[in-house]
Design a protein around this ligand. Structure first.
Ligand SMILES: [Zn+2]
Length: 279
């Protein structure tokens, strides 16, 4: 069975054993010069918390156990934005960021469709989406000092959430970066579990990079998690990678008992890590 927390742990442990270090997106931006110039193997570890935030707490705990950190991007919707879980994930040492989608939400609120928008109406929509973004960011920052963002790409939407940055600047909001703009994917290979496989770019409209064709030519094609593990053992992975994980797609089923075990003790586990970090 693939996409279990067990497999996730195997993946991370393998990459660690092959000399990769894991960093958050904010740390990458802060240390960009060092990271880019070094020959070090580095993975920017990103998680999109679309739904089921408790699954993200599970990967956050696994990563803390293995001594690594990543970035967790939460949407400003009830099925993602869980203040308690955000605090727990942050207390494990991970970065938390905003997974924004305000072009989508603003277009729904204003009841507009892309085909029907002239330039003036499109600009109004961008203004509306930007204001909503700022409000949400303010709400988010009451819980966590967000410094990076990452767009949510809804496949049903006719809008691109990044379009607000055609008119406005997130840097003026004290935000350091957005992966789609601030990572050079000629330098970083991109791996995402979109569609519960590692080659879901075939089905994805937005979670796809212009460099994808070249990566396919280079043989960097993976379907199962074990394919990546095998490539790591064969030293066939590029030295710099961004990995995007959607923890809602990873489960312990049919080992539901492990899940129970994990969540029965979750508060204690988090406390244990907080205490250990405090030493
Ligand atoms: Zn998303």
């Amino acid at each position: 069975m693939d996409f279990t927390f067990y497999k996730y742990r195997v993946l991370v442990k393998t990459l660690l054993s092959k000399g990769f270090s894991f960093i958050t997106f904010a740390d990458f931006l802060a240390e960009e010069g060092d990271v880019a110039n070094g020959s070090n193997k580095v993975i920017i570890l990103r998680h999109d918390v679309d739904i089921k935030p408790q699954n993200s707490l599970a990967t956050a705990i696994i990563e803390a156990e293995l001594g690594i950190k990543g970035s967790y991007y939460f949407r400003m919707v009830p099925e993602s934005f869980d203040i308690e879980i955000i605090k727990q994930i942050a207390s494990l040492g991970h970065e938390v960021g905003y997974h924004y989608e305000t072009m989508d939400t603003a277009s729904l609120r204003l009841n507009v469709k892309r085909e029907k928008l002239n330039e003036r109406r499109k600009e109004e929509l961008i203004d509306y989406a930007y204001n909503e973004f700022c409000e949400n960011l303010g709400t988010f920052r009451k819980t966590y000092p967000v410094s990076t963002i990452c767009m949510h790409g809804s496949p049903q939407s006719g809008f691109d959430n990044k379009d607000i940055w055609k008119k406005y600047s997130y840097k003026q909001l004290g935000l350091l970066g957005e992966p789609y703009f601030d990572i050079d994917f000629n330098d970083f290979f991109y791996l995402t579990d979109t569609g519960r496989c590692w080659n879901g770019y075939r089905f994805s409209v937005r979670d796809k990079m212009p460099q994808q064709e070249q990566w396919i030519k280079d043989g960097l094609v993976f379907s199962r998690t074990s394919d990546i593990v095998r490539a790591a053992h064969a030293n066939a992975l590029p030295p710099r990678i961004m990995i995007t994980v959607h923890p809602q797609r990873w489960t312990n089923s049919p080992l539901a008992w492990m899940w129970e075990l994990l969540f029965q003790n979750i508060k204690n586990v988090v406390k244990w890590f907080v205490v250990r970090r405090g030493r």
